[in-house]
Design a binder for this molecule. Sequence first.
Ligand SMILES: CC(C)(COP(=O)(O)OP(=O)(O)OC[C@H]1O[C@@H](n2cnc3c(N)ncnc32)[C@H](O)[C@@H]1OP(=O)(O)O)[C@@H](O)C(=O)NCCC(=O)NCCS
Length: 179
Amino acid sequence: MAVPLEFRTARLELRRLTRDHLDDLVALDADPEVMRFISGGAPNPRSLYETEILARMTGWDDEPFGFLAVYEGETFQGWFHLRPSVADAAILELGYRLRRAAWGRGLATEGALALLTHAFDTLDQPAVDACAHPDNAASIHVLRKCGMQFVGTFMHPRVPLEVVHYLVDREQWRARGPA
Ligand SMILES: CC(C)(COP(=O)(O)OP(=O)(O)OC[C@H]1O[C@@H](n2cnc3c(N)ncnc32)[C@H](O)[C@@H]1OP(=O)(O)O)[C@@H](O)C(=O)NCCC(=O)NCCS
């Protein structure tokens, strides 16, 4: 049975990503700057969304986590996810991708903190992790601002790339200072 999942922050509304977001997702990934540290700038074509990616993104509807579309007012600004980690399926992994027009205003940090609060305060997770391209300074900065710490590198299973691995556990989360 589908589990409702919706959050509001000071500026954002996050709600489950659905197949109706196909046009938004294709437009988001059409920006080479958005895809710079994900695919080297190449867009994800619509056909790939239809055959593969949308199924993956909407595959957690029966769980109290998954992919969330993010809105600022009426404007689709991208997505966040909390899903089983590619590095350790026993914990959840944080991820995000925002439209370039949304960058530089703290929105990624704001949404990420809402998902971490959910993961620890509601789901009582032992830890949440994340990975990033080692040169993706903005993303790594968001992870640090959320209290995550560098724990190593690993070969990402879906892209031939050694990614940096960040993690925050429950005790670190509870002891963290302001973002
Ligand atoms: C990564 C991303 C989500 C950040 O979104 P955002 O809303 O701009 O992030 P925030 O404003 O919350 O925080 C970004 C921080 O990084 C800093 N930053 C931005 N670019 C930077 C750079 N090139 N070098 C160092 N720091 C940088 C910002 O100054 C900000 O820090 P501050 O609040 O201390 O000033 C956004 O750039 C994005 O969607 N990129 C494309 C997709 C992507 O790479 N996703 C992550 C995959 S791991």
